[in-house]
Design a protein around this ligand. Structure first.
Ligand SMILES: *Cc1c(COP(=O)(O)O)cnc(C)c1O
Length: 413
């Protein structure tokens, strides 16, 4: 019944079970809302015809809401979050420029790898996986930079390998406290559209996200917001760039044009996804929903007697929960059992924490009932993998919390 509800398309209902896509509960890609699927299901259209410019201008402008910006310039590229990273670096920096950043998971690690490959001088604050951006260490590194050699501070807001959300407001305070003029580049790939993000208030200079995380679209768009300060830095930035050169966007976007062929289905999907977030009530409403889903999930983890990888409650992520496997059980086995026996896709542990943790996403197109089904499936998978947990304990704790804190949906009152 659950599958039929999510995939009423008869092509899927008739498929053999092995071909049925499972409900998705990793931290991305994320389940695509039916309205979004239908919005994308269109014949090809020509972006040089007159309809495109006003359509694109609206979706570009509407995208500012998820970044928490009115002052920033939005950009939408055919690409992925990784392309957004590259664009943030190459448009603002020059070879040999110093960049200060943290390593606390696989995504921050990969961004650092890119910085090195780009020929930047990278200063890394090494952290344990499960920690977030330590503002005191950042402040110390910035104060030590008396010659103001550091041109940018780069932070992964929500580290999707560890379930840790860093506090960007306090990162900004540390930068201001050191009176440091560096740019602030933020990877918001698994936060923007799910968690509170205040591009203007936090003084972010480049924020990056991708379509397949909180926006719950197929992969294929890199979305950004860039500040006037970043645009000013671009004037002297000499890192090589071509496809991701903002200049080509700045020359075309104001008239509603694009420098290369856009993915029109993805743009229709984005327009619908943003409309759903607006209808829900915007940033305050969708961040509150993500907090509720995360709290319920954390209550389930506690009831199972398991631990979060996140080392400090202030960094607990509301977009995904990363859970340490019970002693003696390979976390990969839990994820494999979920997929093989219960047609449920959850996230494996990556890199350093492979085999040690598993990840439950609750970002994007997600509600209590979907999350409850993910928790029930995870609980069955834990039992199948040999974990000594009490059946129903996690689901019970989560639904008790959700029922006690539920409100009538505004449009159903
Ligand atoms: C998924 C993810 C990325 C990579 O994005 P792609 O779209 O796969 O290129 C980068 N950073 C974070 C935090 C992510 O979750």
């Amino acid at each position: 019944a659950t599958l039929a509800r999510r995939n009423p398309d008869p092509r899927f209902v008739r498929s053999p079970p092995t071909l049925t896509p499972p409900p998705l509960h990793p931290p991305g890609p994320v389940n695509i809302h039916e309205n979004v699927l239908r919005a994308m299901d269109r014949p090809s259209q020509n972006h040089r015809d007159p309809w495109f410019a006003p359509f694109f201008q609206k979706v570009l402008s509407d995208s500012k809401m998820i970044f928490g910006t009115t002052k920033g310039t939005p950009l939408i590229y055919p690409g992925t979050g990784t392309g957004g990273w590259e664009s943030a670096l190459t448009n603002t920096l020059s070879p040999g420029d110093k960049i200060l950043t943290f390593r606390y998971g696989q995504f921050s690690h990969l961004w650092i790898d890119m910085m090195n490959r780009m020929g930047l001088d990278v200063e890394v604050i090494e952290c344990e996986w499960g920690e977030g951006a330590d503002e005191a260490r950042l402040a110390a590194a910035l104060k030590a930079d008396t010659g103001k050699k550091i041109k940018a501070v780069a932070v992964v807001h929500n580290e999707t390998t560890t379930g840790v959300t860093s506090d960007i407001a306090r990162v900004r305070e540390a930068m201001d406290g050191a009176a440091h003029p560096a740019l602030l580049l933020v990877d918001g790939v698994s936060s923007i559209g799910a968690l509170d993000f205040q591009f203007d208030k936090w003084g972010v200079d480049v924020a990056v996200t991708g379509s397949q995380k909180a926006l719950s679209l197929p992969t294929g768009l890199a979305l950004m917001a860039v500040s006037d300060k970043a645009i000013e830095a671009k004037k002297t930035a000499t890192l090589k760039k071509c496809y991701y050169d903002w200049t080509d966007m700045f020359n075309t976007n104001p008239s509603g044009n694009v420098p290369y062929t856009p993915s029109i289905p993805l743009l229709y999907g984005l327009a619908e996804s943003l409309a759903l977030l607006r209808a829900e009530g915007g940033m305050a409403a969708f961040t509150a929903r993500h907090h509720r889903l995360a709290e319920g999930t954390r209550k389930a983890v506690a009831a199972w007697g398991l631990k979060l990888l996140c080392k400090n409650p202030r960094w607990q992520s509301d977009s995904l929960t990363v859970i340490e496997a019970p002693a003696g059980i390979d976390s990969g086995k839990i994820v494999a059992e979920a997929y093989a026996r219960y047609n449920l896709s959850i996230g494996v542990g990556l890199s350093k924490v492979a085999g040690k943790v598993f990840r439950i996403g609750h970002l994007g197109n997600m509600d209590e009932v979907m999350s409850a089904s993910a928790l029930a499936g995870t609980e069955m998978a834990l039992l199948s993998a040999g974990a000594k947990i009490t059946p129903g304990s996690g689901v019970g704790a989560a639904i008790e919390y959700w029922a006690a804190t539920s409100k009538v949906i505004p449009t159903r009152g």
